[in-house]
Design a protein around this ligand. Structure first.
Ligand SMILES: [Fe+2]
Length: 357
């Protein structure tokens, strides 16, 4: 008996002949196994249901369910249980077939006690190795998941710090990127976007204004109306952001959101004057839609709405913060011109839900 593998292993002996059940289970008990018995397939399955069994010694020829039928059921429901078929010499072919169905071995009646113990021991050892391997695989998967999440968290913390560092330049935009991210993620969830795309919106939300690093502070915090020249300078933050991020972020969709977060639904935004028209259904237009880099993506449209809502409800050097109600009215007004109507509806819906909570 291999140390540790069969110690107190639980064995179920299934045979319709009481004498065989008694002899086999006595031998196994003497060898250190915990034995129970069953006289037919149905009662064996009942026993398996109530307590875990490591090894089943299964007679092939029984009244009621045959050994092979019981084997199939055990393999289906309790795949971790090892099975050895016990057979008369005339049923050897059936026993070999049973091994194809998942039995570990077969023993021929009359049972030789030495062979019985060797076979039981090997079956349990093999089962132990399989279980160990399964546990190792599971552990490995968990470890990989854990590490991936740690890397993700660390990346999100780094880019949050980057966004905060940018916002430290200007007290008026403090917390803007994190708020925009929360709003954009809530809209995307409301619109049932898949989790992998929501994650991209999360990253892009934190980084969307990073290009403002390249905009003069005097312009960013100017209390008066910007001149045309100054406004052109501010506009450059979208493409500067894309250029800053492209060496560290490979994902095209994230870069696309960053560069297009000031595009408008009607195609009068910046920097590329992209229009939602380009992604409306239609053969000619679909060809444009396939060229991803000239299309105003759903994610960019979401970020544009989230950005506008937060900008309106935040204080600026040249105006006070707008109320939630007034900002919602502005979004409604901008449906179909500045904003995608479906995205505005999703924001209004999700905000209404949040407020109820
Ligand atoms: Fe911006």
């Amino acid at each position: 008996m291999a140390k540790g593998s069969t110690n107190k292993a639980k064995v179920l002996v299934v045979d319709d002949e009481a004498r065989i059940r008694e002899i086999v289970s006595r031998r196994l008990t003497e060898a250190g196994y915990q034995c129970t018995t069953a006289s037919d397939g149905s009662s064996a399955l009942k026993k398996l249901k109530t307590k875990p069994i490591d090894l089943v010694l299964l007679d092939i020829n029984m009244p009621g369910k045959s050994g092979v039928e019981v084997l199939k059921e055990i393999k289906g429901k309790y795949s971790d249980t090892a099975i050895i078929m016990v057979t008369a010499i005339a049923e050897v072919e059936t026993a070999i077939n049973a091994m194809k169905l998942g039995a570990y071995d077969y023993i021929i009646k009359p049972v030789d006690h030495k062979i019985l113990l060797i076979s039981a021991d090997r079956a349990l050892e093999k089962r132990r190795l399989i279980l160990e391997n399964k546990a190792y695989q599971l552990h490995l998967e968990e470890k990989v998941k854990e590490q991936t999440e740690k890397i993700r968290q660390s990346f999100l913390s780094s880019i949050t710090s980057l966004a905060r560092a940018l916002e430290a330049k200007d007290a008026y935009t403090s917390g803007h990127s994190e708020r925009v991210t929360k709003i954009a993620v809530a809209i995307a969830e409301e619109m049932n976007m898949p989790e992998d795309r929501i994650e991209k919106i999360r990253i892009a939300g934190l980084l969307h204004d990073i290009g403002k690093i390249g905009v003069m502070e005097s312009v960013l915090s100017k209390p008066d109306k910007l001149t045309n020249e100054e406004f052109e300078h501010v506009k450059s933050h979208c493409e500067i952001g894309q250029r800053i991020l492209s060496p560290i972020i490979e994902d095209e969709e994230i870069l696309d959101i960053v560069v297009h977060h000031h595009e408008r639904y009607d195609g009068t935004g910046y920097p590329h004057r992209l229009s939602a028209e380009q992604i409306s259904p239609g053969a000619k237009i679909m060809a444009v839609a396939e060229a991803y880099d000239v299309v105003l993506s759903q994610s960019a449209k979401i970020l544009a709405v989230a950005d506008a809502y937060d900008a309106m409800t935040s204080k600026r050097p040249y105006r006070p913060a707008m109320s939630h109600k007034a900002a919602c009215a502005e979004l409604e007004k901008g449906k179909g011109t500045q904003f995608d109507p479906a995205v505005v509806d999703a924001l209004l819906q999700t905000i209404a839900k949040l407020r109820k909570l």
